[in-house]
Design a protein around this ligand. Sequence first.
Ligand code: PMP
Length: 376
Amino acid sequence: MAVTQKARDLQAAGRDVLTLSMGELDFETPAPVKEAAIAAIAAGETRYTAVDGTPALKAAITEKYRRDHDFLLSPEEIVATTGGKFLIYAALRATLEPGDEVIIPSPYWVSYPGIVRMCGAVPVILATQAGQGFLPDPQTLKATMTPKTRWILLNFPNNPSGATLPLEHAAALAEVIEAHPRALVLSDDIYELIRFDASPPGPLFAKMKGMRERTLTVNGVSKSHAMTGWRLGFGAGPAPLMAAIRRVAGQTTSNPCSISQAAAVAALGMEPSFLTDWRTALRTRRDLVVRTLNRIEGISCLSPSGAFYVFPDINGVVKRKGLADDTAFCTALLDEEALALVPGSAFGAPGFVRLSFAAADSVLEEAMGRLKRFCA
Ligand code: PMP
């Protein structure tokens, strides 16, 4: 968000800035979703709702998990919130004691360590390697877990690496976690529907033996339905945890926006064909970006299997240009070529940058041209 703000400032000063730093799709929110919101306003659905979501939204969430995942939920196991981010905050706020440890594989979504620290707990970073597809190694996880481990935050498809989690790998992680009865799993599935491979969709962990009673599955419509501004997330987990989350939400946000809830009911009920089109467009963009990046000397980039980011290693360029680090790379790129990317160190992975390919083909082509010129 800081990078994007700097890009906005440059734009306001008249520069032609290309912003590939944001975590949102460039597609429009689907028309049926917008219409449902307008209809909700007209019908007077403009008042407080139940803290954890309207009965209609909870029914739509239940139906999604039954229809798409053969996973049955009761209303006490579901909470809808003001964005997935707030659900993560509320869950950690409700459960963490000072000194508790939260294991976060890196690269991680920027907000995780900050939220953990806000709750008085300690983020424990578990580094992953590009060479291992950015997947957390079960043996390293085992060595990192202690009696103080309260949560393990897992996010697949991953922001920023785009990694997806194969079933066997998830099972190996679950086996390690099972030996620590106090540890809970937060499975952040927010990019669940943006996958380009045959990796299993969420809720992966909740469906595993012994994991349901200690897994919080986080999801929402921000990424799947191009609805970042509507602020509507939801999650499923064991009833006592969800009751605690409800108490945090009840004293802070009350309910998520009534109109956004009506819109989310429409979103979750939509035929998934629009997603097929989006995925096709995103895959083409991904391939263009990965191909171009790998042709630049000093950059190497894996092809992500989910989400809409690439996370190339740019160390070669940093060295060749005599830059201090990835942050200096991004600052110089923004100053010289007016192209906004996010430094990998924001995600706990110095030497990398994150580029969002959720932008029009013409924008991506122009951006790749500027990047090539900058790296030359
Ligand atoms: N988790 C991850 C990994 C994300 O990238 C984001 C959005 N950037 C969120 C959660 C939260 O999304 P929202 O609050 O918009 O639902």
